[in-house]
Structure formats: C-alpha cells, structure tokens
Design a protein around this ligand. Structure first.
Ligand code: VOV
Length: 250
C-alpha cells in the first residue's frame, strides 16, 4: 500500500564534516619553521570561523577523532553550499592542508522532519525551530558522527508506511531522545541527494558514555530496530586552538 505521503521537511544551514588524517611522516620531516608557519596559518583560519560564529552567520567546531579512521574533524554549518565549498578551498590552500589527507567527508543540511509540528503555525517563525535549524554548535567535550538510512527491504520499507505509522514511531523516538535532554545534543543532517546515506547524525555530549547509552537504547525502539541502517561511527574529543597547538607540537 503505497501512500506517497512524502513528509514536508524544514531545512536550515548546510553542513560539511571534513575528516582529515595528519600525515605525521611529512609533519615530522618538515622544519620547525615550516610547522610553525602551517600552525599559524591554520590558527588564522580558525579565527575567521570564530568571527563567522560571533556574527551568527554559521557555526564551526573542531574535534580530534579516535582510532584509525581520522585524526581531526572540522564541522562547518553555513547558509549556502557556496560558502561550504569556499571553506574547503581556503583550507586546501593552506600549508597545513599539505600535511593532511582527506579520507572522509559528509555533506548534508540541518533538517527537521516536521513529524511533530503545531498545525497552522509557520514553523520558521518559531524561535525554538530557528534555534534548531541554525544551531550554534555546543562546545561540549565529545562528538559522535555516523550516517544512516531508513530501510527499504521487503516488508521493512519505511517509505511504504503511512504518515500515521511513521509519526507514531517518530514520537516514540523523540520520547527516548528527550530523556537525554541537556546531556546529548543532536544535529540531524538530511543528505538525500547530497551524500551516500540519507542522514548524517552528529551527537555532542560531555560524557562519551551518553553516546553508547542513547544509541543502544534507540536500537530497541522500532524505528531504529526495524528500519535503521548505519554506516561507520566516529567519535572524538574537543579541540581548542590551544590544544590543537599542543597536539601538533613535536
Ligand atoms: C538527544 C536526543 C534526540 C532527540 C530529542 C531526538 C528527537 C527527534 C525528533 C522529535 C524527530 C522528529 C522531528 C524532527 O525534529 O525532525 C527526530 C528525527 C530524527 N532523528 Fe532523532 N532525536 C535524538 C537523537 C537521535 C539519534 C541518536 C539518532 C540516530 C538514530 C539511532 O538509532 O542511532 C536520531 C536520528 C534521527 C533521524 C534520522 C531523524 C529524521 C527521521 C525522518 O524519518 O525524518 N535522533 N529526532
């Protein structure tokens, strides 16, 4: 029973996760002067991102990534795709970029799926909705990122469910999420048509165990248990310009 009840989604800032590996071999071979110049240039770029955030014209955050999948993630939110592309190019023109390899990136747009809205209201005039579509990223200690799909597999096809069925499941999902209020902040990036999965999920927490607990708890909820398909998970620690300097010091 196909219902073709596509959902109205609300979109906010465009999102670019730039995961980089540091080429330590090259870094160690560079002279102290070359390294200092590269770090200075990077710090200059970070200051421009901070100024952009001060002006509420976007948001940026940097984390170091654990394990072999990446060393750093730069997460950018900006009003247009042009700005995201310009950021990538500016970064790649720096000396620091010569010491990095890009293994993974993700493009999406901050999305609210409007399953739970107040009828008759223009959602974008609601300050709570605006805060979620144009979020200033929290400066919390840890980040967790993973892409995901909703399954289209035989009987388990999310896109063949009625609006009401989807709404009920999303309500239950939201109830679980709400238990983590103040401890886990989620940014859902819609990436249909932009990247290889349907959503990029970014979570922030001060205690990394919150990620384990919320993802595990959601696995038992029907929308994740039956319909969730997940890509690679990446987890990281917050980096400030001072700790980045220390990380790169030999
Ligand atoms: C802090 C926790 C938290 C909270 C409060 C929360 C709430 C909500 C609400 C109320 C809604 C629906 C309306 C909207 O706002 O879009 C959503 C929507 C969504 N979610 Fe969520 N979610 C959380 C957290 C949270 C997590 C941890 C995950 C990953 C799932 C898992 O198993 O690993 C997730 C996924 C999503 C997705 C992919 C969508 C879009 C689904 C679609 O089909 O369109 N989400 N989510």
């Amino acid at each position: 029973m196909s219902t073709n009840e596509a959902l109205l989604t609300l979109e906010g800032w465009y999102t670019y996760h730039d995961f980089r590996k540091i080429n330590w071999e090259k870094w160690k071979k560079a002279t102290q002067e070359e390294r200092d110049a590269a770090v200075d240039e990077l710090q200059g770029l970070i200051r421009t991102w901070e100024a952009n955030e001060q002006e509420q014209a976007g948001s940026t955050t940097v984390y170091s990534i654990l394990g072999h999948k990446a060393d750093l993630v730069f997460m950018f939110l900006r009003p247009t795709m042009q700005e995201l592309d310009a950021i990538k190019t500016a970064f790649n023109k720096t000396k620091f970029a010569d010491f990095t390899d890009v293994d993974y990136s993700y493009i999406s747009v901050v999305e609210l799926s409007n399953y739970v809205h107040n009828p008759g209201e223009d959602p974008k005039s609601n300050p709570h909705v605006r805060e979620r579509l144009y979020p200033i990223l929290p400066k919390w200690e840890h980040i967790c990122f993973y892409p995901m799909n909703k399954k289209r597999d035989g009987q388990d096809n999310w896109y063949m469910l009625t609006m009401q069925e989807r709404q009920e499941m999303m309500r239950s999902h939201g109830m679980i999420g709400r238990k983590y209020a103040g401890r886990v902040k989620q940014i859902i990036g819609g990436s249909v048509g932009f990247d290889d999965w349907e959503w990029g999920v970014t979570l922030f927490a001060n205690d990394p165990l919150e990620f384990k607990h919320i993802v595990y708890e959601m696995r038992f909820d029907e929308v994740s248990a039956r319909y969730g398909e997940f890509g690679n998970f990446l987890v990281g620690n917050r980096v400030t310009s001072e700790s980045l300097q220390a990380m790169l010091q030999l």
